[in-house]
Design a protein around this ligand. Structure first.
Ligand code: 5GP
Ligand code: MG
Length: 178
């Protein structure tokens, strides 16, 4: 694998992301909702850099069932433990690829009556978007390729890498076209 974003670059990019979020909300209380499992590491780092009155909550979405190919998208709101009615919600995910995950999640959360919903992602892949939305906050735009680390997995591995790396074709085992 090849390192795409190293630890220092991540630290700087996430600090800038936090600053843009803080400026957007100023002193308004914020409810940050992390999309599990991929946003786990980003969430932990990001919330500690945002000095606002804050609630933290979770939802779950899965699309990459096996390998790098998206399976059917499964959204689970059972983890959401607070009432987001009337709250300013920031949905945080690891990566905006086709965009389908956030495109489906936003309306489902909107049904719960928040005052506002915005979205923030660590990574956005170039040239992959299939939906009519873009995240409100993006830390890094990256070229198309399968990335792991800093929360992102391949077959449930690599989430603990402290950097973001691109897997090379020979590391993507047993997939058509690899
Ligand atoms: P989207 O719905 O935007 O196509 O994809 C979003 C989800 O797919 C992400 O939350 C992430 O779980 C997964 N995903 C998309 N691209 C990648 C990638 O390059 N690497 C990994 N590990 N997961 C990805
Ligand atoms: Mg995900």
């Amino acid at each position: 694998m090849k390192v795409l974003i190293n630890e220092e670059q991540l630290r700087q990019g996430i600090a800038q992301l936090a600053e843009r979020i803080r400026t957007q909300y100023r002193d308004r209380p914020l409810t940050i909702v992390g999309v599990m499992i991929g946003s786990l590491v980003l969430l932990a780092d990001l919330i500690r850099l945002i000095d606002l009155p804050m609630r933290v909550d979770l939802v779950q979405a899965r699309s990459y069932r096996e390998g790098t190919r998206p399976g059917p998208l499964v959204i689970n709101l059972d983890l959401l433990s607070s009432d987001i009615r009337g709250r300013d919600v920031l949905l945080v995910d690891d990566i905006f690829d086709t965009g389908n995950t956030l495109w489906e999640l936003v309306p489902q959360l909107d049904e719960l009556g928040p005052a506002s919903i915005r979205t923030a992602v660590l990574l956005r892949k170039e040239g992959r978007c299939e939906v009519r939305m873009q995240p409100d906050f993006v830390a890094f735009d990256i070229p198309d390729g399968f990335v792991v680390g800093y929360g992102l997995d391949y077959g449930d591995l690599y989430r603990n890498l402290p950097y973001v790396a691109v897997l090379e074709p020979h590391e993507l085992s047993g997939e058509p076209g690899s």
